[in-house]
Design a protein around this ligand. Sequence first.
Ligand code: PMP
Length: 397
Amino acid sequence: MTQFKFSKRVPADGTDAVGAILKAAADPKIISFAGGLPAPELFPVKEMKAAVDKVFDEHGQEAMQYGAAKGVTALRQAIQQHVKEKENVDSELDNVLVTTGSEQALDLVGKAFVNPGDTVLVEQPTYLCALDVFRSYGAEFASVEMDEDGMKMDALEEALKTHPNTKLVYTVPNFQNPTGRTMVEERRKKLAELAEKYDVYVLEDNPYGEIRFAGQHVPAVKSFDKSGHVFYMSTFSKTLAPGFRLGWVVADKDVVNKLTVLKQSADLHTDNLGQYAVAQFLADNDLDAHVKEISDLYGKRKDLMLAGIKKYFPEGVTYTDPEGGMFLWVEVPGVDDTVELFKECLEHNVAFVPGDPFFAGAPQPGAFRLNYSNMKEDQIEVGLKRLGEALTAAVNK
Ligand code: PMP
């Protein structure tokens, strides 16, 4: 057998903890809150088909030809307008880069800015795939404590002082994956100020911000950025469909130009047909109305989740109550091995994602993520009843 000499970037075997969990939870008798998928019943299939037909009729050859690395102009213009409308962020076309999912934006920013040994400051907990990306470029992590109002700015400033080699601060300010928490406005202002003061960059990852079903919109960190230190990224994955793999970055032109060079090495450009199709969809349909439908459905599901949690979970368990997005976060006191708890829950035919891989440092025991966006209403009640029984058994052990 050949022993392949993989680069240091390649994760060691056995690091795909979440893959293993999703596999274990795929058994049809298990009700799984472990996934992270949007509700497919709301994908605008008919409208998208019409958009694709029109693209083939009107721009068939361009859509099937090689395209520009920065993306299709009509789509970049639509993104530029969208980001102005939703987040009050002014940009020129040269500030906008289309990426292959926002996952690619994470990768390009990691590649462009992180040298081995640079510190990336992350929320505690944070989006686990972002950890994987930055880790692959040799990042060291320091975690910044959060509370119900998002990342704590005093803790961030402290971390900036104690980690002078910090390059990047990564945040998911709206309905964070995994906690569902949202950063309040004054902290966003402060974050933009701190980035300038300490000359570090903020990567603002906002895939969920538009999926709000309660409370008031909070302006993007990028809208407070005076110096170009904030890079904003988002995606059509949650508002339209993830299968198109369409995301974007809005940042200073110098940054966008460098990311574009790196993107060219990765995939030359994002799939042209998908870009044309989504641009056409946006021109012919009311995205806001569509997003409202998604938000209403997720809000209904989140309410059912909270009702089930209150009814079935044992005393002392805490949980977040998100105002949008797809996830909530549960903390069970007295549990010291969440993966063990996960296995016990599988025996009750219910699953979640254990919190451990969302932590850059030591995980918080007894914490886990529940998804509700892709949970049918009747499954929520039954699933939470099972979960409540499993948790009751675990805390009484
Ligand atoms: N960032 C966060 C916080 C996410 O939760 C996700 C999707 N799970 C992504 C980025 C990547 O999404 P996509 O590549 O589909 O745009």
